[in-house]
Design a protein around this ligand. Structure first.
Ligand SMILES: CCCCCCCC/C=C\CCCCCCCC(=O)N[C@@H](CO)[C@H](O)/C=C/CCCCCCCCCCCCC
Ligand SMILES: O=c1ccn([C@@H]2O[C@H](COP(=O)(O)OP(=O)(O)O[C@H]3OC[C@@H](O)[C@H](O)[C@H]3O)[C@@H](O)[C@H]2O)c(=O)[nH]1
Length: 521
């Protein structure tokens, strides 16, 4: 359906495709809505490619309905035959005419106003921003629905995993115990009490004299029935210190599945069972979405808010794209279950020692060989005893630096995927296209975004979070505002400090050591 009073024949002018786009996006034409939206979108792209002439347009703008109607093009326009001007029959009041810029053509009796190229591009840009913004509401929705359906769903082991044919798991625990984490003992003990029939624990301690060695020994004594070993000193096979640390454990691993599990994690009795249950025959890697245990203090709230909102949204959305085979990879390696034989084909984990983000490259390698990637239904329960705002921000900055180097197109996508930056630009677009009040639209955007995030947090937490809504709002605002600064800081200073080392990444992720540091994060 074309706009009222409009002939259907002939090629469409720039005003027509803009009308289609805007009518489709903001109009209320029922079943034509999707159709018009799609056509408008296609025409938007086609216009960008062909740089359509922009001299045929005049607008009548209805602020209340946010819909454009065009009057006829001047007769000199060769491409667009128009019928008589149109106004909707039902509109009661006279319609305000927005004079865009130039006067009507000489000799023309119609109230035709021409748009300059700059104005067309302005409208185009605003439309593109509004489409991108609408896309993000789809991301919100998908994240919420996928999170609701995926997370905290108990899953039984497949027949393949009945006690006889159960897949054995070698758990690699890389440990760097300085400074001493007060929760280390509690966290490590949960690995000894896993309710899974066939597993071994391979503790890898980076340096002699590390206080975590004593803890591991105590736990091994307390649980003698659990198959556990401790390797000290690592093996230097690359730049990545975590890989170097895990290498002796990897060489000793005897089971077909390998779980890389970071030191700050806590396991529930059934966490490993849940992960293995997702390792179906077509899957090569099962990862847990990072989240946190309930801990005291504002830094802990901040972490929970971040991992339960913005991070969870993108992780679930990209994770779903992974699972659907779109080849996106968002695997974070704090808890990653992998088929050892696939890593062996690469030459073992040492083949990934040139990268700092070994997690991303593990997943990429496995995915490139045709194996599926899945998110487990239990999130990763981070439970480090030391929880500080500074540590949290440094960690996010480090991750951001990794992403910038490994997936450079996120430089454009990332800032605009954040609530505040997107809110600032979309509010401008709304003033251009909808004549909205800038501040009102920004507040509307921020409020609805935070509500969607609150829903997401409740889903990831599997119930209400252990803090008040006021604490949520403060933490959420802090995190959303800090996101841009984290990004700018990551762009400004690409040197990555991780525990005792400093590194620089080349584009696409190969790491080089910079110098040794003694600061501990
Ligand atoms: C309208 C849809 C637009 C989608 C825009 C996507 C913008 C991406 C923004 C944020 C990415 C969040 C990624 C999840 C958290 C990763 C945490 C992390 O950095 N972990 C590292 C340390 O463990 C790890 O090494 C990195 C792993 C994966 C990085 C993934 C990069 C994101 C890839 C973006 C692909 C965009 C695809 C767009 C599809 C529509
Ligand atoms: O020098 C190091 C640094 C770290 N590690 C180990 O690596 C694990 C993760 O370290 P941290 O907790 O400092 O870092 P993060 O939680 O930020 O790690 C995350 O980001 C970087 C990725 O490469 C990791 O796979 C991911 O887990 C811990 O178990 C730690 O003991 C080492 O063994 N040696």
């Amino acid at each position: 359906m074309l706009r009222p009073g409009r002939g259907a024949g002939g090629w469409l002018s720039s005003s027509d495709w803009l009308w289609l786009l805007l009518r489709g996006t903001f109009g209320s034409t029922g079943r034509n809505h999707t159709w018009a939206w799609n056509v408008g979108f296609l025409l938007l792209i086609s216009a960008a490619h062909h740089n359509l002439p922009s001299t045929t347009t005049s607008f009548l703008f209805f602020p209340t309905h946010a819909t454009f109607f065009t009057s006829p093009a001047p007769s000199s326009s060769p491409a667009v035959p128009h019928s008589s001007p149109a106004a909707p029959q039902s509109t009661p009041a006279p319609l305000p005419i927005v004079e865009v810029s130039l006067p009507a053509k000489e000799g023309s009796s119609e109230k035709s106003v021409t748009m300059t190229d700059a104005q067309v591009y302005k409208v185009l840009l605003a439309s593109a921003i509004l489409i991108f913004w609408s896309g993000f509401w789809v991301v919100h929705l998908i994240g919420i629905i996928y999170g609701y359906r995926r997370l905290h769903q108990r899953r039984a082991l497949s027949v393949e995993s009945g006690d006889q044919g159960v897949l054995g798991v070698s758990v690699l625990k890389p440990l760097v115990g300085t400074p001493m984490d007060p929760n280390l003992m509690t966290n490590l003990e949960t690995f000894f009490t896993l309710n899974y029939p066939k597993f071994e624990l391979l503790f890898c301690v980076q340096e002699e004299g590390d206080p975590s060695i004593m803890i591991v020994q105590q736990l091994m004594k307390k649980h003698p029935h659990v198959d556990a070993s401790c390797f000290i000193g690592g093996l230097e096979v690359g730049v990545n210190p975590k890989i170097n640390n895990m290498q002796p454990g990897y060489l000793a691993a005897k089971h077909e599945l390998l779980l890389v599990s970071d030191s700050g994690l806590l396991m529930k009795e059934d966490t490993l069972t849940d992960m293995v249950a997702h390792m179906t025959p077509d899957v090569g890697i099962v990862h847990q979405m990072p989240f946190t245990c309930d801990r005291k203090g504002w830094p802990a709230i901040l972490e929970k808010v971040y991992f339960g909102t913005g991070h969870a949204r993108m992780y679930l959305f990209l994770g779903l794209l992974d699972a659907l085979g779109f080849g996106v990879n968002c695997c974070t390696g704090m808890s990653c279950l992998m088929r050892k034989k696939v890593l062996d084909e690469a030459g073992g984990i040492s083949a990934f020692g040139i990268y700092l983000a070994e997690d991303y490259f593990f997943a990429k390698y496995i995915q490139d060989r045709g194996w599926g990637i899945r998110i487990a239904s239990q999130p990763a329960w981070q439970n480090a005893g030391i929880c500080r705002v500074k540590t949290f921000l440094s960690r996010l900055t480090r991750w951001c630096k990794l992403r910038i180097a490994m997936v450079p197109h996120t430089i454009l996508l990332e800032p605009f995927s954040e609530c505040m930056v997107l809110g600032l630009v979309v509010s401008w677009a709304a003033t251009v296209l909808l004549r909205a009040d800038y501040l009102t639209f920004f507040l509307f955007h921020t409020l609805t975004w935070s509500l969607a995030d609150w829903i997401m947090l409740n889903i990831v937490q599997n119930g209400p979070p252990p803090f008040s809504k006021f604490e949520f709002v403060i933490s959420w605002l802090f995190r959303e505002v800090s996101a841009l600064f984290i990004f700018l800081h990551a762009m400004w200073n690409p040197v990555i400090s991780w525990r005792t080392g400093s590194f620089k990444l080349r584009w696409w992720g190969v790491a080089e050591p910079v110098s040794s540091r003694v600061t501990v994060m």
